[in-house]
Write a protein that binds this ligand. Structure first.
Ligand SMILES: Cc1ncc(C[n+]2csc(CCOP(=O)(O)OP(=O)(O)O)c2C)c(N)n1
Ligand code: SF4
Length: 260
């Protein structure tokens, strides 16, 4: 009789990721980032104590996909809501998930003040250089010359100013403890992203202050590209303006990472 080999599971859905059909467009990296967050939640064993704050924008439905408690904040107000939640329940792990329109336009104020107060919360910031959900208008992060529905001849910096570099800005604030920029355009970048999100949650759990992981992302639909074209465009255009790397890692965070 042929020997029956024991199955070795090499890939499966993280427990913290819901088994549902996604509403995201094909090739959109929102879904990849959701998965990475869910993997980190599983690995840290924090599903029961984690609360996400969903933004407006395409990821408004993040609560349908990540199986933790969630709240929904009005446009840009996620850091303020997270602040209240974390202060009332310091034992929770609280994270905001925000697009560039949500975080760097109407929500800049909440972001800056939560970071400067050193709130013990984590922000996952998806920078796809466009307002995805509302039809592809210019965002604060839209690149100079980039065509959007509200800049059909390309972003003119004389009229619309220059893009906001969030990591560079927030890393100047004293309360910011861990501020890094990653991407998710290939498997090795996804692994680096996962390590960063894990560190950000651990920074929060150790009470070291505000942590933010920016993800340089895509929007194939509103960029008017195929998924593959959008990943290429991201690498060739976005990364020059938004270099990947660590923008602020406080000494206390370095000590924490050295112990892990
Ligand atoms: C107070 C308020 N103003 C405007 C809107 C409309 N609105 C919904 S999503 C959105 C843009 C979101 O873009 P972004 O944060 O970049 O997320 P993406 O869809 O690209 O993931 C806007 C302006 C709103 N929901 N609430
Ligand atoms: S519109 Fe853009 S950001 Fe929104 S789900 Fe589609 S590809 Fe993703």
């Amino acid at each position: 009789m042929a020997e029956v080999k024991e199955e070795k599971i090499v890939f499966q859905r993280p427990k913290a990721l819901c088994d549902v059909v996604t509403h995201y467009c094909p090739g959109c990296l929102h879904g990849v980032v959701h998965r990475v967050i869910a993997e980190v939640i599983d690995e840290l064993g924090i599903q029961e104590i984690t609360v996400g704050i969903a933004p407006v924008g395409c990821s408004v439905l993040a609560y349908n996909y990540i199986a933790t408690d969630f709240a929904e904040a009005a446009h840009g107000r996620a850091p303020a809501m997270a602040t209240g939640m974390k202060r009332v329940h310091p034992e929770l792990v609280v994270f905001t998930y925000q697009g560039d329109g949500d975080l760097a336009a109407i929500g800049t104020n909440e972001l800056i003040h939560a970071a400067t107060r050193g709130e013990n919360i984590t922000t996952i910031f998806i920078n796809n250089a466009i307002y995805g959900m509302t039809g592809g208008q210019m965002a604060p992060t839209t690149l100079p010359g980039q065509v959007t529905t509200s800049t059909p001849r390309g972003r003119d910096t004389k009229l619309a100013g220059f893009p906001v570099r969030v990591c560079e800005l927030v890393s100047t604030l004293e309360g910011a403890a861990y501020i890094v920029r990653r991407s998710a355009y290939n498997p090795s970048e996804i692994r680096k992203l996962k390590a960063a999100i894990k560190t950000a949650f651990q920074v929060q759990m150790a009470g070291l202050g505000y942590s933010l992981v920016e993800v340089v992302s895509n929007c194939p639909t509103n960029w008017g590209m195929t998924p593959l074209e959008s990943l290429k465009w991201l690498q060739e255009n976005m990364l020059a303006y938004y270099p990947l790397g660590d923008y602020k890692v406080k000494d206390s965070v370095k000590e924490l990472m050295a112990k892990k």
